[in-house]
Design a protein around this ligand. Structure first.
Ligand code: SAM
Length: 197
C-alpha cells in the first residue's frame, strides 16, 4: 500500500499521525506512558492496538524487542514501512487483537495507548473485561494503559464514543490479577494507569 492509502472514510495513516502530533492531550498521554512504563533494557514489550506504530517506535530504543499488534492490517503495513524508513529493526508488527494478541514469545510488559477505550465503546464492561483478560493471557509482569477514561464524575455520553471510568479499568485490571502501582491523570478524561502483577 502507498502510505497515503485512504480508508473508507478517506482517512489515511498520515492523517492519523498528523492528528496525534497536534493533539496536546494525546502527546501528554504518550509522554506520561514513556515516563511511567517500568520498562527494562532487556524487556519484550507488546504494544496492543499499535495503529501506525507511534508508541512501538518510541519504545524501541528503550527495550530489547517491541511487538506491535493491531486488527487493522493497512495500518500495520504503514507501521512496518515507518520502522524501515527509520532503520528500526527491533520492532515487529503483525495482526493481533485484544482478545487474541497472537504472541507466542515471553512478554514482560503490555502497553495500550488510546486503544482499550474502543473495546468499552464497542461492548461496555464485558468487552473491556474480555480485552484485558486476553492481554493478561500473555502473562506480562506489568500492563500500562494510557487511554481515554473518566477520572472525574460519570460522563455524559458523547455522540461518538463512550468511555469507561478509571475505576472500571482498575477493577478489571485487578480481576485479571494486576494492582495499580502508578497513576497519572492528564485530564478529567485521559490518563495513564500502570498495573503490576
Ligand atoms: C486510536 S488508535 C491508537 C493507535 C496507537 N496505539 C497510538 O497510540 O497511536 C486505536 C487502535 O486500536 C486498534 N484496535 C481497535 N480494536 C482492536 C482490537 N480488538 N484489538 C486490537 N487492536 C484494536 C485500532 O485498529 C487502532 O489502530
Amino acid at each position: 500500500m502507498s502510505n497515503t492509502k485512504r480508508d473508507s472514510n478517506g482517512y489515511t495513516p498520515l492523517d492519523y499521525d498528523a492528528d496525534c502530533e497536534s493533539d496536546e492531550v494525546y502527546q501528554r498521554c504518550l509522554s506520561a506512558l514513556l515516563t511511567h512504563a517500568p520498562i527494562e533494557r532487556d524487556d519484550t514489550v507488546v504494544d496492543i492496538g499499535t495503529g501506525t506504530g507511534i508508541v512501538a517506535l518510541e519504545l524501541a530504543s528503550k527495550c530489547d524487542h517491541v511487538i506491535g499488534r493491531d486488527i487493522y492490517d493497512d495500518w500495520l503495513r504503514y507501521a512496518r514501512e515507518k520502522a524501515a524508513r527509520r532503520g528500526i529493526e527491533n520492532v515487529s508488527f503483525d495482526h493481533g487483537s485484544f482478545r487474541k494478541p497472537n504472541v507466542s514469545e515471553p512478554v514482560d510488559v503490555v502497553v495500550a495507548c488510546y486503544a482499550l477505550y474502543m473495546a468499552y465503546d464497542e461492548g461496555g464492561e464485558d468487552e473491556l473485561r474480555a480485552a484485558i483478560d486476553g492481554l493478561a493471557g500473555v502473562n506480562p509482569r506489568c500492563m500500562v494503559v494510557a487511554d481515554k477514561m473518566h477520572f472525574g464524575p460519570a460522563q455524559t455520553p458523547t455522540d461518538y464514543e463512550t468511555l469507561p471510568s478509571m475505576g472500571t479499568v482498575a477493577t478489571l485490571l485487578a480481576g485479571a490479577g494486576f494492582t495499580l502501582t502508578d497513576v497519572e491523570i492528564i485530564t478529567e478524561s485521559a490518563g495513564v494507569l500502570v498495573a503490576t502483577r
